[in-house]
Design a protein around this ligand. Structure first.
Ligand SMILES: Nc1nc2c(ncn2[C@@H]2O[C@@H]3COP(=O)(O)O[C@H]4[C@@H](O)[C@H](n5cnc6c(=O)[nH]c(N)nc65)O[C@@H]4COP(=O)(O)O[C@H]3[C@H]2O)c(=O)[nH]1
Length: 827
């Protein structure tokens, strides 16, 4: 996965959020667009439906209007005829009267009558059908333009096919005070001379000559006229959606059609197109069944194929007509379904949409920006945290956690670079491996926490010594390494090593403990002692072990022969392990201890011996420090205790006199569990605790005085005696002794050696003896080799002694023999 920098991540986030806002806005817009589209579609459907409804309504209205119109005109046919007939007759009467009044007195009546008749003869109306007739009140025909041959003859007895006397009816019609009136009768149809039809006539009395002037017309003809007028009006009608009105008669003959004028006058069966025949028949059927709407597909002028049509069909019983009002549905005003249509709708919607969109967009933008800012801060904090962690990790990787000195890894890096520089500049560099002496004791007695504090204090001290081109590192545990660049000569390094020793040797005050710590230093030089790190370190270590084996608290410069010593040391360690396992090479010797004043044997010091298979007898001074460094001292010390007590038990069982066994304890053996172990061993061998004396060295008191005091107190409680060995060689204050539960204070051989001649030793020995006496502690002088020493010690008040003067360390048989001799002496 690619690693993105926080700033880039932040940018991506902001861009992402802005993109999100944009997407959301676009989403809203798209949603609204779709909604609008949907609305537009619904609206269009509604509009189409409304248009259809409108069309239906219009067709309905049109047909209904026509229907009403036709019914009205049909109902008005007779009165219309009456009005027209009366009007024509009145005009003719006026004309006749005008002629009469004009000609009266100037022309004879016969001439006047002739003028009147001739003036009216040619009058025509009712589309040429109408004419005027004149009859006398006696029934004689004066004027009959359609049958002039009947003029002068009497029509008094003329009857229609119903038996009605027509002339008499006319005379009756004018025989009223108004001198005018209508009559109805039937007469031969002009188009069908054998068939009579209803006629309506109006006559008016023309008094000057007792004439009646009249006219009349067939009702059917006026109706036909009216129908014709209606048809003409219908032809002129224009309906929406390329609509038309067609009129069919009862038989289905097309009377008028704006869409199919060529078919006017044809009966259904005379139509060319079968579909058209069917259609006409369906119109007829619909009309006869109460009328209504019919939807069908039909040819549309100037268009390809058939198109949906809607027709309203209505039967008009008064005329016997079928009215058909139809229109093309797709000729309705088009309702837009194109994208442009909804885009326009959307554009109308947009202003309404914009405000919420802008508001939502701005709010989201604001939230996104605030969020990004918050995230930015979070990232910055996170980055800082990461940096801290990184520097912490780097510290962990490069620095020692406890002392904050360079660690092993960093030292390796620095050493490598320093070696390169040294090689380039033909310089030397020094490596000082500094190992704290007996640090394990400090840890064991003070605990690890205080042990760590000691290391921290030492690190601080050593660090303060550093000069330019020097690096101090902790290799772990109690080992430090000092890297020194630009070494001119060995003396420079040896001086530095001495300063280090002195610095470390300064008392360490931790809480209420005052410790004196020492270290051993091994020194190796580049390129003299090694050309690579490993060799250099190995040789510095060898030198350091050499310093340790030489008694610690010293430094040692590597020399090639040291290498062999290290090998020897390793070999010795292995041999010691083997010896411990086999338990055959190890044995104890016993050096008697005497009362200086009574000369009695009071006990013996148990001393360990190692009979090495190749190297012969090895001194404990040589292998005990090795055992302490390797931890073998614990099993070894335990073996010594067990063997010594077993021996004491054996002597006891042999009936030899009881005396004290003084067993040396290394500081490492002085654990909190030791009192319990001692008690268990004494119990195990059924020996009194007073028989055992434990010799501890001053080192124990130096490293952890409080703990030592406490532990010695615990040991004392078990009943054993405590002796302080090598007193005077260390740094224990005399005052401190008073706090220790000591039974015996052993004056070191180094003081005894100078007695009685060396003044220093004389003073110190006397001081020790006096002070111990004041504290009630028995003094024992060790390494007494001469009579003079013995005498001096005795005179100085020392209680006990051991040394070659009286006896060297003895084998157990020798010791037993000595005891036996003593026993017989006593007895
Ligand atoms: N020149 C001379 N030497 C005398 C004379 N009298 C005694 N010595 C020697 O002085 C040492 C006395 O023992 P140390 O001070 O406890 O010193 C002991 C003791 O600290 C340690 N050591 C011996 N055995 C043990 C043991 O079992 N456990 C422990 N922890 N240390 C032991 O090894 C040290 C050396 O022991 P050793 O070699 O046995 O050496 C012994 C002894 O043989 C004398 O008059 N002249």
């Amino acid at each position: 996965m690619p690693v993105i920098s926080p700033s880039r991540l932040l940018k991506l986030l902001v861009v992402g959020m802005l993109g999100g806002v944009l997407l959301m806005t676009l989403g809203l817009l798209t949603y609204e667009t779709l909604q609008t589209h949907q609305r537009v579609l619904v609206q269009q459907t509604q509009t189409q439906q409304e248009q259809l409804d409108d069309l239906r309504q219009q067709l309905d209205q049109e047909v209904t209007g026509l229907h009403d119109y036709l019914r009205y005109h049909q109902s008005q046919a007779e009165s219309l005829l009456r009005d027209m007939a009366r009007e024509q007759v009145d005009v003719a009467w006026e004309t006749a009267m005008g002629i009469y009044r004009t000609a009266k007195g100037r022309l004879p009546d016969a001439r006047i009558q002739e003028l009147i008749v001739e003036s009216l003869r040619e009058v025509r109306f009712f589309q040429g059908r109408g004419y005027l007739f004149i009859d006398t009140l006696d029934g004689d025909c004066i004027l009959l333009p359609t049958a002039p041959h009947l003029e002068g003859s009497s029509l008094w007895d003329n009857r229609d096919d119903t038996g009605f006397y027509i002339m008499r009816g006319l005379v009756d019609a004018v025989s009223n005070p108004q001198g005018r009136g209508f009559i109805r009768y039937r007469w031969y149809r002009p188009d069908q001379p054998q068939v009579m039809a209803d006629k309506l006539a109006f006559a008016r009395l023309f008094e000057p000559y007792d004439w009646l002037i009249g006219t009349g017309d067939y009702l059917y003809q006026i109706e036909t006229d009216l129908k014709q007028t209606a048809l003409e009006r219908i032809e002129g009608l224009r309906l929406p959606a390329e609509g038309y009105i067609a009129v069919l008669d009862e038989a289905g003959r097309l009377l008028t059609s704006t869409s199919s004028p060529q078919d006017v006058g044809r009966l259904p069966e005379e139509l060319d197109d079968l579909d058209q025949q069917q259609l006409v028949l369906s119109f007829i059927d619909k009309a006869r069944n109460g009328g209504g709407f019919i939807e069908y597909n039909w040819y549309r002028p100037d268009h390809e194929g058939r198109h949906a049509k809607l027709a309203r069909v209505q039967w008009v019983p008064e005329t016997g007509w079928i009215l058909v009002a139809g229109a093309y549905l797709d000729a309705l005003e088009p309702v837009s379904t194109s994208p442009v249509g909804w885009w326009q709708a959307l554009r109308q919607e947009l202003p309404r949409l914009m405000l919420p969109l802008v508001v939502v967009g701005l709010i989201t933008l604001l939230v996104a920006l605030l969020y990004a800012r918050w995230l930015g801060r979070l990232l910055a904090g996170y980055q800082q945290h990461i940096q801290q962690q990184q520097s912490r990790l780097q510290q962990l990787a490069e620095l020692d956690n406890l002392t904050h000195l360079a660690n092993r890894w960093l030292l390796g890096q620095k050493l490598m670079a320093a070696m390169d520089r040294a090689m380039a500049n033909e310089m030397r560099l020094g490596l000082l491996v500094i190992d704290v002496d007996r640090f394990k004791n400090i840890n064991d007695s003070l605990g690890h926490t205080l042990g760590d504090r000691v290391l921290q204090i030492l690190a601080l001290r050593l660090n303060s010594l550093l000069e330019e081109n020097q690096l101090l590192a902790r290799m772990g545990g109690d080992e430090f390494v000092l890297l020194v660049e630009g070494v001119q000569d060995n003396a420079q390094l040896l001086e530095l090593a001495q300063r280090v020793l002195e610095t470390i040797h300064q008392p360490v005050q931790i809480e209420y403990h005052q410790l004196v710590v020492t270290a051993s230093i091994g020194i190796a030089l580049y390129p003299d002692h090694g050309l690579n790190q490993e060799t250099l370190f190995r040789h510095a270590d060898t030198a350091m072990y050499q310093a340790k084996s030489e008694g610690r608290n010293r430094f040692c410069l590597y020399v090639r022969s040291l290498g062999q010593r290290v090998v020897d040391r390793l070999q010795l360690e292995n041999d010691l392990r083997q010896a411990l396992r086999l338990e055959q090479q190890l044995f104890l010797v016993y050096q008697p201890q005497w009362d200086l004043h009574s000369g009695q044997l009071i006990g013996c010091e148990v001393l360990l011996r190692w009979q090495h298979p190749r190297r012969g007898l090895i001194s404990p001074a040589e292998f005990i420090p090795l055992a302490e460094e390797t931890g073998l001292i614990l099993p070894l010390g335990s073996w010594v205790l067990r063997t010594a007590l077993a021996q004491a038990r054996a002597w006891r069982e042999q009936g030899l006199p009881s005396f004290t066994l003084a067993v040396n304890l290394s500081t490492a053996q002085l654990t909190a569990d030791l009192p319990r172990q001692i008690s268990a061993l004494l119990r195990g061998y059924e020996l009194p605790a007073s028989l055992l004396e434990l010799e501890v060295t001053e080192t124990l008191l130096m490293t952890a005085p409080e703990e030592a005091t406490q532990l010695l107190g615990e040991l004392k409680k078990t009943g054993v005696r405590i002796a302080l060995d090598d007193f005077g060689t260390g740094y224990s204050s005399l005052a401190y002794l008073s706090r220790l539960p000591l039974d015996v204070l052993k004056i070191d051989k180094s003081f005894v050696d100078g007695l009685p001649d060396r003044q220093d030793d004389v003073v110190i020995t006397r001081l020790i003896i006096r002070m111990a006496a004041q504290l009630g502690i028995t003094t024992l002088a060790e390494g007494v080799e001469t009579e003079a020493q013995q005498q001096f010690l005795k005179a100085a008040g020392c209680h006990l002694m051991q040394g070659y003067l009286k006896a060297k360390p003895l084998q157990q048989q020798e010791m037993a023999a000595l005891l036996l001799a003593l026993k017989s002496d006593l007895s």
